[in-house]
Design a protein around this ligand. Structure first.
Ligand SMILES: NC(=O)c1ccc[n+]([C@@H]2O[C@H](COP(=O)([O-])OP(=O)(O)OC[C@H]3O[C@@H](n4cnc5c(N)ncnc54)[C@H](OP(=O)(O)O)[C@@H]3O)[C@@H](O)[C@H]2O)c1
Length: 301
């Protein structure tokens, strides 16, 4: 079958690879669409031997297992290798889709949606909480803003330009800022994923006894950081967040995301939708900060 494999330059190329064979507790999925993630762009620069990208897929089950039957349409979050015609997925890492959810919408859900859902849970009570979110215009940011705002949080979102924040505003962000000087705060919660000097600027805006969540480094620059450079004075909680360090089940959380889409409470923002022959272009556009929300590639045979 055909699959996207690392091309040695940080991107991908199409190659013929062996057919995946499901093991115990796994199903074989014919991929209809997949989404790309920033973390995968990092891994593409230093791919482990045998690794292929692909953690967000939606498609049709070819070989079922247990309650998941051949012919079921599913959204799935495999460990890897989903940018392909077919992929093997453990049944605990997928949710069955009803006909109302199309495969492109579903493919945009897994990694970004699971991350946003688990961030919201980490914060806990949301009504009235003032939250600063950096790196907000990507996949995670759109889901997080919609979930947090619906629960009553007052979210300030940092984006590189107003246009990249328009949809976030529509989804409930109280304020879009293009520089942290426009957001003096202080904030009860800061979620930081840009790195470099943004980290320190975000830290300075944390409320005394606030929660600072570090979750990424989109700029690929290490945080410039001094704990003492903070007017908050008293104590604060600094938390490293990893979405997969989670006791809940991916299957249940994926089902929750799908249900919220069906109920009209979650609206995936798909900034690029293209055939999978355009995957290289999508990766370049993501790295160039040209994609709002998620990029989804449709797999055609
Ligand atoms: N810890 C975890 O478990 C976890 C899980 C998922 C994602 N992440 C991380 O969380 C962040 C958001 O994830 P995502 O999927 O939403 O990523 P994404 O779609 O690539 O969005 C990242 C955003 O960061 C902003 N950004 C600011 N400075 C940047 C720079 N120098 N280079 C590139 N982008 C820059 C961009 O928005 P503007 O251009 O508008 O500034 C971009 O939209 C990423 O850093 C990702 O690696 C962490």
């Amino acid at each position: 079958m055909r699959a996207m494999v690392p091309d040695g330059t940080g991107s991908v190329t199409v190659a013929d690879v062996p057919e995946p064979v499901p093991g115990a507790g796994e199903v074989l999925v014919q991929v209809g669409a997949f989404s790309i993630n920033r973390g995968e762009t990092f891994l593409l620069h230093q791919p482990a031997p045998g690794w292929r990208p692909g953690k967000d897929v939606a498609g049709t089950v070819l070989t079922g297992h247990g309650p998941v039957r051949a012919g079921d349409r599913v959204v799935a979050h495999p460990e890897q290798s989903g940018w392909a015609e077919r992929v093997v997925v453990p049944v605990g890492q997928l949710a069955v889709l009803s006909d109302e959810v199309d495969l492109c919408t579903a493919a945009a859900l897994p990694l970004a949606g699971l991350t946003a859902l688990r961030l919201v849970r980490l914060i806990g009570s949301l009504p009235g909480r003032k939250i600063l979110l950096t790196g907000a215009s990507g996949g995670v940011g759109h889901y997080f803003v919609e979930l947090a705002a619906a629960a009553g949080a007052r979210v300030t979102a940092l984006t590189s330009c107003a246009q990249r924040g328009e949809r976030l505003h529509a989804l409930g962000a109280e304020r879009i800022v293009t520089h942290l000087d426009q957001a003096p705060g202080p904030f009860d919660v800061v979620i930081e994923s840009v790195g470099g000097e943004v980290f320190q600027a975000a830290w300075q805006r944390l409320q005394p006894r606030g929660l600072f969540v570090w979750m990424g480094q989109a700029s690929r620059r290490a945080p410039v950081f001094d704990f003492f450079d903070w007017t908050g004075g008293r104590s604060a909680t600094v938390r490293k967040f990893l979405y997969s360090d989670n006791e809940g089940s991916d299957a249940e959380d994926l089902a929750t995301l799908v249900r919220m889409v069906l109920d009209g409470r979650l609206h995936p923002e798909i900034g690029l939708r293209a055939p999978w022959s355009r995957t290289q272009h999508a990766l370049a556009a993501l790295l160039a900060r040209q994609i709002r929300g998620n990029a989804v590639l449709e797999v055609t045979t």
